[in-house]
Design a protein around this ligand. Structure first.
Ligand code: BGC
Length: 396
């Protein structure tokens, strides 16, 4: 076999990811809606109607199927399912049950996230993840969702990017969205609360069905020490990433989410090097990050826990850069798999151009969305990645 080709194993999932708040629209009962509409939040624009996927999800799934994908990761929205503490909406649960069934009907494996950054207003107002009853509240929510997933969903993610939640909390306390995340300290009590909630929800779901594979998805920063900064780098990485990976050692899978790298000197994290290409989020263009994130995750979590790449992508207005980035990322992934990493799927971030936590400007989508008419238009990158999904072969 020529060195440049790689065939992904049979059953390997190819698809794309989204999150409820970023695409559904009018998530008015969530804490993020409150935040983004507050004077002085620092966000550029509120989410509003987003991509109206609450109503247009069948069209989104049709497109993903037609493009050749075999999986779709989406989140169910706690703020809709439990609008008041202990009051579960049968209509909202039914909505998400139809989505799960809709994915199956189209040959898409649903990968379902229970919590993707947004909580109900009441949960945050009562103290969020550090409130005394937070673990019990989240577990009760997971148990309420379980019946619509049972027998239909294998991969369940409890909490998306707990490490980013711990940092965001500090950012918001420091006055809003416009702070340098690299310099923030994660909140320790919050991190511990998230880990406890994850473990309790995981155990509760396993109690409902032995067929659930429960995990969570961690933002991989690919911390790279400058010569001599190895110890500083390790100490920097632990509270921001590795403690959340270590917490996944008894999980059924782990989600790798990778976009770029962070170089660390003896004085701490470094800015993007001068002259390096930057994406629309200001991150360094570094497709090799994915392979490194997978290797690091496998090292910390251990070989027993399979990996799903649950996010990888680039914010760009130039779709040819998306193809180039993804090609590079998949080459790195293929190399890590050839070395033995047990990876079961690749889900690109994102299916649609969507609300990037404060702004619609950074476009991550394989599919463009007209903000006025909600018309969806697949980009060439969507067809390119769909073809890889169909053939499972990585072209040169
Ligand atoms: C999140 C997504 C986000 C993406 C790009 C991840 O941090 O899970 O919600 O849109 O990265 O920033």
């Amino acid at each position: 076999m020529p060195e440049h080709t790689f065939t992904f194993p049979e059953g390997f999932l190819f698809g794309a990811s989204t999150a409820a708040h970023q695409i559904e629209g009018n998530n008015v009962n969530s804490d993020w809606w409150v935040f983004e509409n507050r004077e002085g939040s620092g966000v550029e624009e509120p989410s509003g109607d987003a991509a109206d996927s609450y109503h247009r999800w069948p069209e989104d799934m049709d497109l993903l199927r037609d493009l050749g994908f075999t999986a779709y990761r989406f989140s169910v929205e706690w703020a809709r399912i439990e609008p008041e503490p202990g009051r579960f909406s049968r209509a909202a649960l039914d909505h998400y049950r139809r989505m799960v069934e809709g994915a199956h009907a189209r040959g898409l494996e649903p990968v379902v996230t229970l919590h993707h950054f947004t909580s109900p207003r009441w949960f945050s107002a009562a103290g969020g993840w550090t409130a005394p009853d937070a673990v019990q509240r989240f577990t009760a929510y997971a148990e309420a969702v379980a019946p619509i997933l049972e027998g239909r969903v294998r991969y369940v993610a409890t909490i998306n990017e707990p490490n980013m939640i711990a940092l965001m909390h500090t950012a918001i306390r420091q006055g809003g969205a416009n702070v340098d995340f690299k310099l923030l300290e994660p909140d320790t009590a919050l991190s511990e609360g998230l880990i406890a909630a994850h473990h309790a929800a995981r155990d509760a779901l396993r109690g409902v069905s032995s067929e659930f594979r429960v995990g969570w998805t961690v933002a991989n920063q690919v911390y790279q020490p400058e010569p001599g900064a190895e110890e500083v780098c390790r100490a920097h990485a632990w509270p921001r990433e590795d403690r959340f990976l270590e917490a996944a050692r008894d999980d059924d899978w782990i989600g790798v989410q990778s976009y770029t790298r962070t170089r660390v000197s003896a004085d701490g994290p470094l800015p993007v090097p001068d002259g390096a290409e930057k994406t629309l989020t200001g991150w360094e263009y570094h497709p090799a990050a994915l392979g490194e994130a997978v290797r690091h995750t496998a090292r910390v979590v251990g070989p027993r826990v399979p990996i799903l790449v649950t996010e990888n992508g680039i914010a760009t207005a130039d779709d040819t850069r998306r193809v180039a980035y993804t090609r590079g990322a998949l080459a790195g992934l293929a190399a890590a798999m050839s070395e033995g990493a047990d990876v079961r799927g690749y889900l690109h971030w994102s299916a649609l151009d969507n609300y990037e936590w404060g702004s619609y400007r950074p476009t991550f989508g394989l599919i463009a969305v007209d903000r006025r008419t909600f018309t969806r238009t697949p980009k060439p990158s969507a067809r390119w990645l769909g073809e890889i999904s169909r053939t499972r072969a990585l072209p040169e």
